[in-house]
Design a protein around this ligand. Structure first.
Ligand SMILES: C[S@@+](CC[C@H](N)C(=O)[O-])C[C@H]1O[C@@H](n2cnc3c(N)ncnc32)[C@H](O)[C@@H]1O
Length: 305
């Protein structure tokens, strides 16, 4: 048995919610798609991690902008299954599992878990130790006529680029769950004074939204007229809801179906960290896919007794 060197320490209750949504959708997805044997179906986890997560309550509002990770090898009992492991236990199974993970040590830990616990599936599994934006764009360029896939994009922050999302949409064969870094990055990058936004932040926002339109969308310019002068004043109008709506609107420009009610994921102090969004690429399957996604999110949002 290979040793798992490092485990992945990230998240809180919102992590569990996100994984619950994914798990429920995956089961529904394979159950439905298995009725159409003409298609080979794949699960593509483009920010795969190690397969396990230490589920502590990280207050992401105080974390860095582009990444937050802490390794911890202690109390193994607090570990929960991450997205990769969840996907491997879903029934019916996928025909193929593609796990993309940039960090070599994490890709190795995932490899170890697979060898130890899912060896029976090893012929169906591929681990890519590369940048997911590159791997996905390449995959999306293939002939998708007889293939369908569910892609899960679960970055720490701004790593899922718009060009990649666009490539996914173009296949018309992929359903997508994506974690959009609403409060964890975007709202903080949109500084009160837009003239103070550093160029690299501005470029990062362009890459995330696939447009520079955010620059006018989230700011308003007014002319303040006094007795002796006229002054142009620009102020930030972005709210969490406005940012969310803008991203959903962007997704709608490229996907045939987009869930209008994404899941807001909050930290312990009730600040929205991420938005879990869903988009469906296939015109025939989109309505059903959206309905299932909506039902799952509706149930997750129901108050617990
Ligand atoms: C939030 S974690 C994913 C957690 C995982 N979905 C789970 O449930 O266990 C994000 C992961 O993406 C990896 N990552 C960051 N940038 C990446 C990139 N450009 N391509 C592939 N993986 C990346 C990080 O190393 C990290 O393991």
């Amino acid at each position: 048995m290979g040793k798992i060197n490092k485990k992945h320490n990230f998240g809180g209750d919102w992590t569990q919610k996100k994984l619950d949504v994914l798990s429920k959708y995956l089961s529904a997805y394979t159950t439905i798609l298995k009725k159409y044997p003409i298609y080979k179906i794949a699960y593509i986890d483009a920010f795969a991690g190690t397969g396990t997560i230490k589920n502590r309550n990280v207050d992401m509002a105080n974390s860095s902008l582009f990444a937050d990770e802490i390794y911890n090898d202690t109390d193994a009992q607090e570990y929960i299954n991450g997205s990769a492991k969840i996907s491997l236990t879903v029934q019916p199974q996928f025909d193929k599992y593609i796990f993309i993970e940039l960090e070599p040590n994490k890709a190795k830990s995932l490899q170890d878990i697979i060898e130890n616990e899912f060896n029976h599936l090893k012929d169906k599994i591929k681990i890519e130790n590369k940048d997911s934006n590159i791997v996905l764009r390449d995959l999306c360029n293939k002939d998708w006529q007889k293939h369908r896939a569910l892609v899960f994009l679960d970055p720490y922050a701004m790593e899922a680029e718009w060009d990649t999302i666009q490539a996914i949409a173009k296949t018309k064969a992929i359903d997508l769950w994506i974690l959009f870094p609403l409060g964890v990055s975007v709202n903080r990058l949109l500084m009160k004074n837009r003239n103070e936004i550093p160029e690299n932040w501005s470029k990062a926002l362009d890459k995330l939204f696939g447009t520079h339109d955010w620059y006018n969308e989230f700011y308003e310019t007014k002319i303040n007229i006094s007795l002796f002068s006229e002054e142009e004043v620009t102020s930030k109008t972005a709210t969490f809801d406005r940012i969310a709506n803008f991203y959903i609107k962007r997704l709608k420009t490229i996907f045939v179906g987009v869930l209008d009610e994404p899941l807001y994921l909050y930290n312990s102090t009730n600040n929205p960290l991420f938005l879990l969004c869903f988009a469906a690429g296939n015109p025939k399957g989109a309505d059903t896919a959206i309905k299932i996604a909506r039902d799952i999110i509706g149930k997750i949002n129901e108050p617990k007794n």
